[in-house]
Design a protein around this ligand. Structure first.
Ligand code: SF4
Length: 342
């Protein structure tokens, strides 16, 4: 049986029409699904019994069953675990910060890319998540935390752009006023660098921000961190990312995991400056997030010292680039970047 969150508003309106339900009812149904914290069709109490019965007969309400939550004692981050209908484990992370709350969602079960520093990459790829499974991570995180969600990051387990159709459908629901209604500038899609899909998303009108996981200033260094499953050069990835930002008028984020002795040297910082200055126009809105490699069991990579991360950042800043050393979130509950393996 299909899940109701897999339906676009147009498909829901069509269902209503085909089943003799007044068209305006689809707006009421959407409000219950996305705004009114319903836990099932029986909660839709301003809809006639006949309408609720038709929905129940045609759709399942929940795509994901809640299976647990861990709260960080360090920063209030919450790691939510869910089980999908086929038994797949799905993780989402609630991130409270400065009065705003975001949710980092997974887009696949396992990850086919398998970056060497990432726990998610060790989970064997099983399948893409559906539109409904992605949306329900956000809705359940909002309902369970009792907080308003004002930002969404597609940065959990999986490579979003290898699940392009479902991700793009979920993105339209995330930003659509009649569904989740989250501002485009507060929605970020992260990619390991799939150039054709970046270009496709740029022209799709989705308008979310893009983060490219670059992690290296040159192709030889990147190969130590990101497998050949991403067959594009660093220059191609940066150009595609900048093209996306120009086409959508949005900021480009460049994610750079710092691994001690691998890509955190002054020489790497200088090469990164050279790479970016060779591609960027003056005053482009680009932010480089430096993320100290988080500890993952049996990983060959180690976190650099705070001092060397600061030196790396300072060199980028001296050359006019906007760079920050991002603080890890939820490290004690394995919810930080690259730790979301099961
Ligand atoms: S960093 Fe992203 S793309 Fe790479 S293995 Fe982890 S989840 Fe997959």
């Amino acid at each position: 049986m299909k899940h109701i969150y897999d339906l676009t508003p147009a498909e829901l309106a069509e269902f209503c029409e085909k089943n003799g339900i007044e068209r305006y009812r689809s707006g009421q149904i959407l409000r219950w699904m996305y705004r009114r914290k319903a836990d099932g069709f029986d909660d839709f109490n301003d809809l006639p019994q006949k309408v609720r019965g038709a929905l129940k007969g045609a759709f399942q309400f929940h795509t994901l069953k809640f299976s647990g939550a861990q709260r960080s004692a360090l920063d209030g981050t919450i790691r939510y675990s869910f089980t999908a209908g086929d038994g797949a484990s799905v993780q989402a992370v609630f991130l409270p910060q400065g009065g705003r709350n975001s949710v980092c969602i997974s887009t696949q079960v396992g990850c086919p890319v398998g970056c060497y520093f990432c726990a998610s990459g060790r989970v064997k790829f099983a399948r893409n998540l559906t539109r409904g499974e992605m949306l329900e991570q956000i809705i359940q995180a909002a309902n369970r935390s009792s907080k308003k969600i004002s930002g969404v990051l597609l940065m959990g387990m999986g490579e979003p752009l290898l699940n392009y159709d479902n991700v793009s459908s979920a993105l339209s629901a995330i930003v659509n006023e009649d569904e989740l209604g989250i501002g485009r500038r507060h929605v970020t899609v992260s990619t390991a660098g799939f150039v054709p899909q970046i270009n496709k998303l740029a022209s799709s009108g989705a308008g979310a921000r893009l983060a490219i996981s670059l992690h290296a200033p040159d192709d030889a260094t990147r190969k130590k961190l990101v497998p050949a499953a991403v067959p594009y050069t660093v220059a191609e990835i940066v150009s595609a990312g900048l093209g996306y930002a120009r086409a959508t008028g949005s900021r480009l984020t460049i994610e750079y995991i710092l691994a001690a002795g691998v890509n955190d040297t002054l020489q790497s910082a200088q090469e990164l400056v050279k790479l970016l200055q060779g591609c960027m126009k003056k005053n482009e809105d680009v932010q480089i997030n430096l993320i100290a490699c988080n500890s993952v069991e049996k990983s060959a990579f180690a976190s650099p010292s705070k001092k060397s991360a600061d030196i790396f950042r300072n060199l980028l800043s001296r050359h006019g680039l906007v760079a920050i050393v991002r603080q890890p979130r939820g490290k004690d509950i394995r919810a930080a970047c690259g730790q979301l393996g099961v």
